[in-house]
Design a binder for this molecule. Structure first.
Ligand code: PLP
Length: 377
């Protein structure tokens, strides 16, 4: 269990922020790294050509460590949608094949598949909610010999419903389907191991559980797709781009591994140093330890919310860091705003109130959440 880390963040005592699923706060040292980086751009003579490569490589290496991959497997991307678009461009889909998604899945991991299905004469199959046994058995049933792509999260963004990606990966391989995983709502807080899951692509926006800045994320590309076609063609992704004087000696070859999929201006001098500091801290805490600590916290909140009539799914069927509380009827009108007026911050998605804490939360926050909830319900 990791002790409370609130001192590392800029969170006043009277704020109970339970909204990491919306966006995490930045640690003081991440803010400082961003401020240093902004100052550096004021004096560009201090930025040299090797800087275009060294910080991206450091970030790739750290993210790779987080998911048990190699730096070569990682591309730098601005958003989840960029990652899903890259995957959609590089997985063959034939007429009549299917793509599997979940009901109420996050739109950046639905729209690209709808587009692709329309282009190819394929069909998007949506696995419905329901049942007491979680998502996994129904996902496994939906994957057939017709399936081209299974595009999933690790846990559902509305309520933390957990998916057994090892079992799903196995079924995908047996059926010849590609597995694309959006780990935005889990990576950094829930262990994810590419060696065990064997996804084709794994995509993470970095401003939630990775505690980084907005508009910076990472894309894992399995080695078998690393000779694919990037969305855009920028100069840094091409071979020998380190030699600025020789850039107009245009190259058809790319930088090695997944680097060809990097977004343009991936050497982001402000966002990348911030992401590096955040990733170093996550790795120092250890994702297993973060998951264990947050599971205990959400477990306590679920227990204390039950007498108020709020229900949570069985702990084994949801990710420990992510609590979705259900109401006996509809979610009361304006609930997040009413809680916000008392300095308690959560979000509502679908029929679920998301309570998504991190290591900055303490017992006083939990007391405030429960007491304000009992006043407004
Ligand atoms: C599951 C999930 N994926 C991705 C995103 C962000 O998507 P994008 O980076 O395309 O804006 C969110 C944001 O809430 C999310 O919940």
């Amino acid at each position: 269990m990791i002790p409370c880390q609130r001192h590392l963040f800029d969170i006043p005592d009277d704020i109970a922020y339970f909204n990491c699923a919306y966006m995490s706060p930045l640690m003081h040292k991440v803010v400082a790294a961003g401020q240093r980086a902004v100052t550096l751009k004021a004096q560009p003579w201090q930025i040299s050509p090797p800087d275009f490569f060294s910080t991206p490589e450091r970030a790739r290496t750290l993210f790779a460590e987080l998911i048990n991959a190699q730096a070569d497997d990682i591309a730098i991307i601005p958003s989840c949608s960029y990652g899903t678009a890259t995957a959609a461009q590089n997985i063959p889909v034939a007429k009549g094949q299917t793509m599997v998604v979940l009901q109420d899945q996050f739109p950046s991991n639905v729209y690209p598949w709808r587009e692709l299905a329309a282009d190819r004469g394929a069909e998007v199959v949506t696995v419905p909610r329901g049942g007491n046994d979680g998502w996994t058995p129904r996902i496994l049933d939906a994957i057939t010999a017709q399936t081209a792509i299974v595009a999933l999260p690790h846990c559902h963004w509305t309520d933390g419903g957990l998916i057994d990606l090892i079992a799903v990966g196995k079924k995908c391989r047996a059926m010849g389907a590609a597995l694309v995983v959006d780990i935005t709502q889990s990576i950094g807080a829930l262990p994810f191991d590419v060696a065990a899951i064997q996804p084709d692509f794994a995509i993470a926006a970095g401003y939630k559980w990775m505690m980084g800045p907005y508009t910076l994320g990472f894309l894992y590309v399995a080695p078998k797709h690393q000779d694919g076609r990037p969305l855009e063609h920028n100069w840094i992704a091409r071979k020998d781009s380190e030699n600025f004087a020789g850039l107009v000696d245009y190259k058809s070859e790319f930088q090695p591994g997944a680097r060809r999929f990097d977004m343009g201006e991936g050497a982001n001098f402000i966002a990348l140093p911030m992401a590096v500091v955040a990733l170093e801290q996550l790795l120092e805490w250890g994702v297993d330890n973060i998951q264990e600590t947050l599971s205990a916290m959400t477990g306590t909140i679920a227990e204390r919310a039950a007498p108020l009539g709020l229900s949570a799914s069985t702990p084994s069927l949801r990710a420990g860091h992510f609590l979705g509380l259900g109401f006996p009827g509809d979610v009361p009108e304006g609930l997040p705003e009413r809680l916000g007026a008392s300095n308690v911050f959560v979000s509502v998605r679908g029929q679920s109130m998301r309570v998504t804490p991190h290591l900055f939360n303490n017992e006083a926050d939990v007391d405030r959440l429960i007491s304000v909830l009992s006043e407004v319900l």
